[in-house]
Ligand binder design. Structure first.
Ligand code: F6P
Length: 434
């Protein structure tokens, strides 16, 4: 049979289910391709995939394909080609290369309304002007767009699995159409692309104020704030539009906390609509809830050592692992990305998992990100990246950060297991409670 559909299905050798994937992002200049390429890359990396964006100038060369080959032969599994504006011929080069190398291939094509292109051109020009104001970026980008418009050849579903994005920052106007998308990775990408990229965003993150459990070095539970914790709550409110704040201090449009008392009390004096989210609750430490690290070592020394050996994957008996948390906060991150000016007040482990998305932290390093108490973390979008500012609010508190000890063997001594446990009190000093 020679109709187009039969050729399409019959022409390619089946790829290994977990074979490498090349994502080709195509469309005219200023259609949001790079923002999307990096959004996909950030998300897949956060989910533990080995992904890299390959920036090309207008079309793919043999050298690009060579670089992608090297990327795959060194054990990585996703390559995203960003920057292809032009012809079907250039796209076919990638499609043929995927077919002969038996790689998965996904094409993502970007469309945009005229108004959206104009906005994108202005935004991109402003971004580049900050880096180099000796050029007329607006003119340059407008000319580039005009030059390529008549040359662009639209993608057809016969070129391979195809996602078409009608790109807009307005959620109701943004849409995607998918043809032939298959497997988990491509489904993740479809998910990432189905919500718009909001270009200018700012998020505020903080742990709750110091709790009575923090003072004692106890983990989990639902303790109240210590006196110093309440002082931090007042200082945080002062930074974010609450009592005593300056006229121009930022005011969150949404405030999200966990369901636990210490986060809810921390935002008490901050004005704005609030919601408590179960997904922001601290890691469930199962049989170790309410214990100090010293007590865990005493009662469950092997568990304590196993956690030190692989903190990312270790799951507390009847509790959770960092991998579980990453899964749990995925929905929170997706919801955050659709908003701006959101304040999230949560806990040490959960915030590590959320902030790692913006920082681009390797999964195994996530459980060791330092998120100190009494510190406001401000995350702002910067092109396709994020700028992260850490603002300590200078209210004294205990340190709860325990680094990985040198000796993680289950045969280690208690002294070795406890070398990195941060200092804490054995009872709450009366000076720290009302
Ligand atoms: O110590 C405060 C705390 O939020 C505990 O409730 C929680 O178990 C712990 O931090 C998580 O940090 P880590 O994973 O480093 O033990």
């Amino acid at each position: 049979m020679s109709n187009g559909t039969t050729n399409l299905i019959g022409s390619s050798k089946p790829c290994q289910i977990n074979g490498p994937l090349i994502v080709t992002i195509v469309g005219l200049p200023c259609h949001g391709k790079s923002l999307a390429a990096h959004k996909i890359s950030r998300y897949l990396f956060w989910r533990g995939e080995d992904v890299k964006v390959f920036k090309v100038e207008d079309f793919v060369t043999e050298e690009t394909l060579q670089n992608i080959s090297e990327w795959f032969t060194t054990g990585h599994n996703v390559a995203i080609i960003d920057g292809m504006n032009l012809s079907k011929q250039s796209r076919n080069l990638v499609a043929n290369y995927c077919r002969t190398s038996v790689y998965h291939h996904l094409i993502v094509e970007f469309n945009c309304t005229e108004a959206c292109v104009e906005d994108n051109i202005k935004d991109t020009a402003l971004f580049y002007e900050k880096l180099d104001n000796n050029k007329d970026w607006l003119k340059k980008l407008q000319e580039r767009f005009k030059k390529f418009t008549p040359l662009y050849e639209k993608c057809s579903i016969h070129e391979g699995p195809l996602i078409t994005v009608n790109n807009s920052e307005n959620q109701l106007l943004h849409s995607v159409t998918a043809h032939g998308v298959q497997g988990l990775l491509q489904t993740f990408i479809l998910g990432v692309l189905s919500s718009p990229v909001i270009k200018h965003r700012v998020f505020y993150f903080s742990r709750h104020g110091e709790s009575e459990f923090n003072v004692l070095g106890r983990i989990g539970g639902d303790a109240d704030l210590s006196d110093r914790g309440r002082k931090y709550a007042d200082n945080l409110a002062k930074q974010l539009g609450g009592p005593g704040s300056s006229k121009d201090s930022p005011k969150p449009r949404l405030i999200w906390t966990s369901e636990l008392r210490r986060t809810i009390s921390t935002v008490q004096n901050i004005p704005g609509p609030r919601a408590t989210l179960k997904d922001l609750n601290e890691i469930n430490a199962g049989i170790c809830e309410g214990l100090t690290y010293e007590e865990i070592q005493e009662r469950f020394p092997s568990e304590f050592a196993w956690r030190d050996q692989d903190k990312l994957k270790y799951r507390y008996p009847h509790g959770e692992s960092y991998l579980d948390l990453l899964q749990r906060v995925d929905g929170v991150i997706q919801a955050l990305l659709l908003n701006t000016d959101v304040l999230v007040v949560s806990h040490q482990a959960v915030l590590r998992c959320i902030i790692s998305y913006f920082k681009g932290t390797k999964p195994e390093e996530i459980p060791y990100i330092n998120v100190p108490l009494h510190t406001l973390i401000i995350v702002k979008s910067y092109g396709y990246d994020f700028e992260i500012e850490t603002v300590p609010l200078k209210v004294e508190c205990v340190d709860t950060y325990r680094i990985q000890p040198n000796n993680c063997s289950i045969e280690r001594t208690s002294a070795d297991a406890l070398t990195t446990v941060p200092a804490h009190f054995d009872s709450v000093p009366s000076a720290l409670i009302n």
